[in-house]
Design a binder for this molecule. Structure first.
Ligand code: SAM
Length: 289
């Protein structure tokens, strides 16, 4: 990239440059090249980005661009871009704009026809999802859940029947409260995965049903209240209503005379190789009949 030659007629370029979420080796060649070559780096925290640049022996001009000064600094950066300069946008970690400052700047670049070049790179949400073992086919990203209890519970309640995999960011201070809220609003049996400190020394990716995840965290609160977390919540699974065959009903009815409902469902489903949850739903529905 040659910063002296603008590729876009009369305006500069805004590069969106992801940075590592823990392991500095995750920086890309292209990110390093861009950070070296641009006229200016707009960063969330100057000290933080200076550490990154120093590590890679890069010298460049930094300007603060945080959520506290985003509004004023956006106009300033747009004026610089209009003069044909190249700017790299970085956040403290991961992909800028994803729960990080920059949305307004990107929006204004579109408004003023300023070219934007996004670089692919680290993002905690996608990295966690890829390792979660939960369906990646369709997912929704919720960012940080609300810090206020009532709002958080309302949001989780509204997500109870969301069929897509749900990705949330959560701080170490609220992780226990949030898991409790997931249990209350979505259900104790819903499968969730916590991906903590991804790419770092104490990385851990662990999943189970929500109630067991709470016990897991409570078993070592000090350890679990450290670090950064992504929570992946399995999507809602609609139980298909089934009409079991006479053979299945016969087996179940006989077993039910001697065993509990749960045991009868379990053994019937094993004998006939059918889904136990579906049979359980059927048995509950027809209990009074
Ligand atoms: N833009 C960033 C990205 O692309 O992932 C996200 C920024 S957001 C302010 C920071 C949150 O991302 C953390 O509170 C945590 O939930 C999540 N996060 C960032 N790094 C992480 C890591 N190494 N392991 C787990 N979660 C991480």
């Amino acid at each position: 990239m040659d910063k002296k030659v603008s590729l876009f007629k009369n305006t500069g370029i805004l590069y969106i440059v992801p940075t590592p979420i823990g392991n500095l080796s995750d920086i890309t060649y292209r990110a390093l090249e861009t950070l070296k070559e641009v006229n200016l780096i707009a960063c969330e925290n100057i000290q933080h980005t200076n550490i990154l640049l120093k590590h890679f022996n890069i010298k460049n001009t930094l300007i603060s661009f945080s959520k506290d000064n985003e509004v004023q600094k956006t106009d300033h950066l747009i004026n610089i871009l209009k003069k044909g300069k190249y700017i790299a946008l970085v956040s403290n970690a991961g992909t800028p704009v994803i729960n990080d400052p920059g949305y307004l700047l990107i929006k204004k670049c579109h408004l003023f026809n300023i070219k934007i070049i996004p670089l692919p790179g680290p993002c905690a949400a996608i990295t966690a999802l890829s390792a979660s073992g939960i369906s990646t086919h369709r997912f929704c990203y919720e960012g940080f859940l609300p810090s206020k209890k009532k709002l958080r519970r309302d949001l989780l309640c509204s997500l109870k029947k969301e069929k897509r995999t749900i990705i949330c960011y959560e701080s170490k201070h609220r992780i226990i409260e949030t898991i409790k809220d997931i249990i209350n609003e979505i259900g104790e049996n819903r499968h969730i995965v916590i991906a903590r400190e991804i790419t770092k020394k104490w990385e851990i990716i662990h999943g189970n049903k929500a109630s067991l995840m709470l016990s897991w965290i409570k078993s070592d609160v000090n350890r679990h209240k450290k670090g950064e977390n992504v929570i992946i919540i399995d999507g809602y699974k609609e139980l298909k209503s089934i009409n079991p065959s006479d053979k299945i009903i016969n087996t179940f009815t006989i077993l039910k005379k001697f065993l509990s409902l749960k045991q009868s469902v379990f053994i019937t489903s094993k004998i006939h190789k059918i889904n136990k949850n579906n049979l359980y739903q059927y048995a509950i529905k027809n209990k009074e009949k």
